[in-house]
Design a protein around this ligand. Structure first.
Ligand SMILES: Nc1ncnc2c1ncn2[C@@H]1O[C@H](COP(=O)(O)OP(=O)(O)OP(=O)(O)O)[C@@H](O)[C@H]1O
Ligand SMILES: [Mg+2]
Length: 367
């Protein structure tokens, strides 16, 4: 997928700006606070209907303005033109090639996109939620059914939790409603876990290859940790379904007591080890950063294989933390990965990249 052109109106600090990246590696450089991350944020909106930095749409609205508009023109590898318009004026509206998209989740996957940014180190050393989000984001962009399952899971989970609270407070009699919700939840939980286990397996294979190319003498491993207990990678969805069903029965009393569903994909984790030790606890900062980049590169390979489309890579300020050798290696790899848009406070002079000063971009726009 290639971004041909994007324009911003009242988006963060950009009152009016257009950006025409090239097909390969684009490096936007300029002072702190000049609006580099904001450019990536707008591209992320076009791909995933929300930002990767801002907490909500309101935060992206330029101070004291009433609306924002981001308009991106993309072209797919099959030469399909895709125009994504995101507008916000008290509520958000998304159109793709002039047709309104509702719900927004239907847009996910149309513009595959991967981010690389320093705060994402929390995938490596943060809470399980960060790793679940990474897994879900990856599968959702390549599998529409998975996204639908996730949304249904959240809805059923919340309904089951409401019922658990009512049973605890005795505001509802115990009938078979709980087992109906548990049955539904088991079905979707099994489908979600099955796909997450498959994803973990596939990503690990890509990771091995990337570590080999990096010539780093470290051995990564990934293990999907399910709240069901140990599961085998060959366990079918039916096996998982029956295990969830049983587990929900076993934990009914605890669940009612806590008014919470204590088992399920919303409680799972992906354990990351480096040289057989838990990475978040034992690895050095540099090893964690290298792992994160390798993981994202693996995610790129995964997307490319699943949807036959190279995702757009948004790299926010990551080279400031890497040595020259690693930077050069990653740039060389990215050249084969399709389009990348990189931000940096300093101009970097590597061959074959399109370096753009944000100040010049702003000047061009004022003409
Ligand atoms: N809603 C908003 N309205 C106006 N300005 C905003 C809004 N949100 C953020 N800003 C400002 O926009 C400016 C650009 O932010 P941005 O994060 O894009 O800068 P940057 O070039 O990436 O900087 P750095 O090099 O420090 O990462 C900042 O000064 C920020 O405070
Ligand atoms: Mg920035």
């Amino acid at each position: 997928m290639i971004l041909k052109n994007i324009s911003y109106e009242n988006f963060r600090n950009h009152r009016s700006l257009t950006f025409d990246p090239e097909n390969g590696i684009n490096l936007i450089y300029g002072q702190n606070g000049s609006g580099k991350t904001s450019i990536l944020e707008g591209i992320h909106y076009c791909a995933l209907t929300k930002g990767f930095v801002s907490a909500n749409d309101q935060q992206c609205l330029t101070f004291e303005t009433e609306y924002f508009l981001v308009n991106g023109n993309f072209i797919s590898e099959t030469e399909r033109q895709i125009t994504v318009k995101i507008s916000y004026k008290s509520e958000k509206k998304i159109t793709v090639n002039n047709s309104e998209i509702k719900p927004f989740s239907h847009h996910i996957g149309t513009i595959p996109c991967i981010t690389f940014s320093p705060p994402e180190i929390s995938i490596v050393n943060g809470s399980p939620m960060e790793r679940r989000r990474f897994i879900d984001n990856s599968i959702c962009q390549t599998d529409r059914k998975y996204l639908d399952d996730l949304l249904t899971y959240r809805r059923v989970l919340s309904q089951r939790n409401t019922l658990l609270a009512q049973l605890k407070e005795n505001t509802k009699d115990q009938d078979n409603t709980l087992s109906v919700w548990s049955e539904q939840l088991s079905r979707i939980a099994a489908a979600i876990v099955r796909k997450r286990v498959g994803f973990t397996e596939e990503i690990l294979q890509w990771l091995y290859g990337i570590y080999k190319d990096l010539s780093v003498l470290e051995e990564p491993s990934l293990l999907y940790r399910c709240s069901l207990g140990s599961i085998r990678k060959e366990d079918s969805e039916e096996i998982l379904y029956n295990r969830f069903l049983q587990k929900y029965k076993d934990t009914e009393k605890t669940d009612i007591f806590r008014s919470q569903t204590t088992i399920g994909p919303h409680r799972d984790d992906m354990q990351i080890n480096l040289n057989e030790k838990e990475i978040g606890k034992y690895a050095s900062q540099g090893q964690m950063r290298t792992f994160l980049i390798a993981l994202k590169l693996a995610q790129h390979r995964y997307f490319n294989e699943k949807i036959c489309e190279k995702p757009i890579c948004l790299l926010d300020d990551i080279f400031s933390e890497l040595d020259t050798k690693r930077t050069e290696y990653i740039l060389a790899l990215l050249k084969t990965y399709g389009q990348s848009i990189i931000t940096s406070a300093e101009k970097k002079t590597y061959g074959g990249i399109n370096a753009i000063s944000i100040e010049n971009m702003k000047k061009e726009n004022r003409r």
